[in-house]
Design a protein around this ligand. Structure first.
Ligand SMILES: Cc1cc2nc3c(=O)[nH]c(=O)nc-3n(C[C@H](O)[C@H](O)[C@H](O)COP(=O)(O)O)c2cc1C
Length: 486
């Protein structure tokens, strides 16, 4: 199943439904298994109710929601009504009971068709769970204080799971609060939540933003929740399956090894155990799974769309930032290429430090390359050209030591502490250089247009007519389009 999922994802293929999955011991699965749900950027956008080309505008809308410009009179206030309406629509609606609770399915996890994704994995792994928690001292009705996160869960036995929230996640913070009070924490592991809830849980939202409210913004209608059957929590009403239970202070078990999104097996580490008190499901549930591995995997596809979505929010903090690319091949966050409108000396360094220092989501970004506006940060050929012509290794490289890093990065010498590398590949201005700087070559646009006409006439259908004569990338693509007879 892992091989089929990855091959399908790489081919840009559809959502997969396995109707005849079997457990390792040969038992037929009790329900169909769904995979590759968000296997293309178009489907990730659709999960937010958008076409792919609408994602940037939605990102701008979110940035405005977060810090709306001051209202200028009544007319202006009214013109913002759709914005207000969207924000108000986000309060979850409480139903007495949800479709996810049609069947009380006992408390036996071994009934669920949980995949063991990679050879050598420690056991069955729930790969797409939405883990619902609330802080100690809160009430079940205070859904605005809930955290939803996707944290993989190893099945230990019929009624025990390991929840692998990394230390900086919302779920881990809640667990610390309950443990400090010496009380067990109620938890719900929601499987097959609706797309808006799944994506909200996967987004690194600030602690002050509730994923349940945010999923309402994505969906365009209020999130519906219902009281869990055996724990004091509200759960998404329209999920496929809900696993309810408790995490007791100090109870952990060694988790893994499992293949991870880095392309390596993780080290075995202790993580909290959840004791299952009840499982509820729909009458005909689907079991949602995914596979994490060396990119591209499904989380990398999701990350690509989130990159576009987050850009306006990041630009609100760092206005000179034009574009930012987190290459999926670099595990979606370990390398960033940043395009800036450079105006003053030292600005590239300021932007690097701002990304690392102001924005928590970049604390695990090992390397930042800063480029000018004429360089496409999403094109490695462009970035390589900028680094090889605008960067001096002795002058333009920033190396930091002893900065935070995820423990998954075994290349860093100490677990959790690592270096950072910044490369300033921008044009050097002012006091940054004393030498005459090179001038970028360019052809007369009229000559280029004429060349395109000539090529279109002599190489019809090859695509060469669209090539700009001075653009080596496009010419190369035209060459590979097939032989032409002139
Ligand atoms: C399929 C998938 C699996 C993930 N697995 C984990 C995991 O095992 N542990 C973890 O801490 N984060 C994992 N993440 C990332 C978090 O879900 C994500 O960063 C989320 O924003 C965390 O929410 P929080 O900020 O509310 O804690 C996973 C994400 C996806 C999409």
């Amino acid at each position: 199943m892992t091989a089929v999922q990855l091959a399908c994802l790489r081919a840009g293929g559809p959502v997969l439904r396995f109707d005849a999955a079997r457990h390792g011991d040969g038992r037929p699965a009790a329900m169909p298994v769904l995979a590759n749900l968000f296997g293309t950027p178009e489907r990730v956008a659709a999960g937010m109710g958008l076409a792919l080309d609408e994602v940037p505008a939605f990102g701008a809308f979110l940035a405005a929601l977060r810090s709306p410009p001051p209202v200028d009179g009544m007319r202006d206030a009214l013109s913002r009504w759709p914005l207000l309406k969207a924000a108000l629509a986000t309060r979850p609606r409480v139903l007495p009971r949800g479709p996810a609770q049609e069947v009380a399915a006992g408390a036996d996890l071994t009934r669920l068709p949980v995949q063991t994704p990679w050879p050598g994995d420690a056991g069955p792994l729930i790969t797409w769970p939405v883990v619902v928690t609330r802080p100690h001292g809160s009430e079940a009705a205070q859904t605005g204080r809930y955290n939803l996160g996707v944290y993989r869960a190893q099945v230990l036995g019929p009624d025990r799971l390991i929840l692998r929230w990394l230390a900086h996640r919302g779920g881990a913070a809640h667990a610390r609060g309950w443990a400090a009070a010496g009380e067990p924490m109620p938890v719900a592991v929601v499987l097959g939540a609706d797309p808006a809830t799944l994506l909200s849980a996967a987004l690194p939202l600030p602690e002050t933003v509730s994923e349940l409210s945010f999923s309402g913004v994505l969906r365009g209608s209020r999130t519906e929740v219902a009281p869990a059957r055996s724990v004091p929590l509200m759960v998404p009403a329209h999920a496929e399956i809900v696993i309810e239970g408790w995490v007791h202070p100090g109870e952990t078990a060694p988790e893994g090894p499992f293949g991870d999104h880095t392309g390596y097996y993780n080290a075995v580490e202790p993580f909290p155990v959840m004791r299952v008190s009840a499982i509820t499901e729909r009458r005909d549930p689907l079991y949602l799974t995914t596979v994490t591995g060396r990119p591209p995997d499904e989380p990398a596809v999701i990350g690509e769309v989130f990159n576009t979505l987050a850009l306006p929010l990041i630009r609100a903090q760092i206005p000179e930032l034009r574009d930012l690319w987190l290459p999926p091949a670099a595990c979606s966050y370990r390398i960033a290429v940043v395009q800036i409108a450079k105006r003053y000396p030292g600005q590239a360094r300021r932007v690097m430090l701002a990304l690392w220092g102001m924005l928590a989501q970049f604390s695990y970004t090992k390397m930042i390359v800063v480029v000018d506006e004429d360089i496409d940060p999403r094109d490695w050929d462009d970035v390589a050209w900028a680094m090889s012509t605008r960067m001096d290794p002795a002058r333009d490289v920033v190396v930091l030591d002893g900065t935070p890093m995820d423990y998954l990065d075994f290349a860093s010498p100490r677990a959790g502490l690592a270096g950072k590398l910044g490369i300033d590949a921008t044009t050097k201005i002012g006091a940054e250089t004393e030498r005459e700087w090179g001038r970028v070559m360019a052809l007369d646009p009229a000559h280029e247009a004429r060349a395109a006409e000539i090529l279109a006439r002599h190489l019809p259908g090859s695509g060469a007519g669209q090539a700009r004569a001075d653009d080596p990338r496009r010419l190369r693509r035209a060459e590979t389009a097939g032989p032409a007879s002139v």
